[in-house]
Design a protein around this ligand. Structure first.
Ligand SMILES: Cc1cc2nc3c(=O)[nH]c(=O)nc-3n(C[C@H](O)[C@H](O)[C@H](O)COP(=O)(O)O)c2cc1C
Length: 160
């Protein structure tokens, strides 16, 4: 597939879509946790309950997500910007000093996130330079608080 679309302009247009911020998580066969900051999360279906997240194929954690049977989604609270930066930085032990507990399927649920999802991976769709992971939601947990937002390549919070 090719197009004359200017890729920088495409990125900027996409950045006009305001989103929340999530950290997608999973565990590998040895039980080691993996995760990355992702704003490609979306709810998909209510019955059955389905969500999706898109993981870059070149990401260091792509293989861990692709081969795992489950993944978690943690929707970040407004004071968790540092956590978002940690899980977006390459080549770090992202879980060092981070408190989490396993969800019912084993996906890491990060402390103080606004909402947690634990999902069985039901489909893996190749999509350009990403893989779309469709997840059937097995369990959720909600905490009180306000969300961390992302718009025009910058963090924001809800105006009170
Ligand atoms: C706000 C924000 C949203 C992001 N959303 C995604 C996403 O949806 N999917 C993805 O694969 N990477 C996304 N990234 C990039 C990853 O978090 C991370 O920077 C990248 O995976 C680091 O490279 P590595 O995984 O090879 O270590 C996002 C980064 C930021 C800052």
């Amino acid at each position: 597939m090719s197009s004359d679309l200017d890729s920088n302009l495409f990125r900027r247009a996409c950045s006009m879509f305001a989103t929340g911020i999530t950290i997608a998580t999973t565990c590998d066969a040895e039980g080691r946790p993996h995760g990355l900051t992702a704003n490609s999360f979306s709810s998909v279906s209510l019955e059955p309950p389905l969500v999706l997240v898109c993981i870059a194929t070149r990401s260091a954690v792509h293989e861990a997500f692709y081969s795992s049977k489950h993944y978690g989604i943690n929707i970040l609270a407004e004071d968790q910007q540092a956590l978002s930066n940690t899980f977006a930085a390459a080549g770090e032990d992202r879980f060092r000093g981070v408190s989490w507990t396993p969800g019912p399927l084993g996906s890491p649920w990060l402390d103080r996130a606004l909402a947690h999802f634990d999902c069985r991976t039901v489909e893996r769709h190749p999509a350009g330079d990403h893989t779309i992971l469709l997840g059937e939601v097995f369990a959720v947990r909600i905490e009180p608080g306000a969300p961390l937002l992302y718009f025009s390549s910058a963090y924001h919070t809800l105006k009170k």
